[in-house]
Design a protein around this ligand. Sequence first.
Ligand SMILES: [Zn+2]
Length: 423
Amino acid sequence: MKELLIKNGLLIDPVSGEAHADILIEGGRVSRLARSIKPPPSCEILDAAGLWIFPGFIDVHVHAREPGAEAAETLESAARSAAAGGVTSALLMPNTFPAMATAALVRKYRRRAAKLPVNFYFSAAATAGRSGKKVSGLEALKKAGAAAFTDDGSCLPRGLLSALLKKAAALRLPLMDHPEDLSRTGCGVINAGPAARRLNLPGIPQEAELLAVLADILAASSAGPIHLQHLSLASSVAALRAAKKMGWPVTGETCPHYFTLSDADIKKDDADYKMKPPLRSPADRRAVLAALADGTIDLIATDHAPHEARLKSKGFKGSPFGIIGLETLAPLCVTELLLKKIIGKKRLAELLCLNPARILGLKKKGRIAPGFDADLSILDPRLQKRVPEVFVSRSSNSPFKGRSLRGWPAATIAAGKIIFRRA
Ligand SMILES: [Zn+2]
């Protein structure tokens, strides 16, 4: 494989911190880091002067919509969207049609994904057929290459939690939960609060999330590790903080929309603001920011959830839940977290690279260091532009369209190959 030398960039490693250094890549791995490296003959050179180089972002929450909703996204379009967003690895969610619930399906889609420039890992349904009725054949799914278990889209059934946690722990694969007590959500479509009243829409009460978070934490305290998906509430992050203080094996993620927006930003009945959990109150948003800063939240994931425009045009009541997120991940993190001094660059590298690599057990990813995979996410901290109306993704259901953001990806490198470069 051809060598690649990246010169003059500012490296941000989640362990060793920031350094101006050149990166020599050979055979898809980082082979050398030094203040100035003389290019070997016939080596490709990328000048990264003025740019920030992070380890490739690892997004543990992506819906690529295959099989079943290819009009909204395919593995190919999701890979292009990820590359354009600086994401070099992603964990795909199993709530597809049919659900990613059998070893044969996991094998089939892993084979399809192997040809793509981005590393796609597949989570498999934790319960058989994602039905919530009984535990899946987890050993067979692991053997087929499943990288995690979750019923995302639905909450893990409380009656099976303990059994699931024990089995996943024995198999050494992460168990992830979408914490939502559906009996509390009812027909709600937006956070219960002033916005719901103003727009006359049925609300989703906060306890729908909190009750499930508390049940997950309690089960994990005795049965094994759990990862809490897309946390949105002050009370959820307070519970996660308390669980960690107790030394219980609980980790948690949030998404850029929960630290950027609140329900006060929903001005009209526009389903580009509809997702699960819903945008919460301004106080919840502030609590999520604090939990990102103090180490309570382990990682940022996008919950990239593409939907066709014809489905998303029917307002809060008639449209499906979910927004896309891959292409706005980097500039939202730079604009909302770094420029506003909520966290520093090293902590951002923990949230987007190191901690997701640890949760997925990816030992050669998440850092920029000799011997690690040459997956890199290169950002331009000066580039300010508006979020476009049309995305690389097949879908464009984003509440951020038209918003001016800074810190867009300049280039993305996976296994030593340039898979995205800003024109
Ligand atoms: Zn979910």
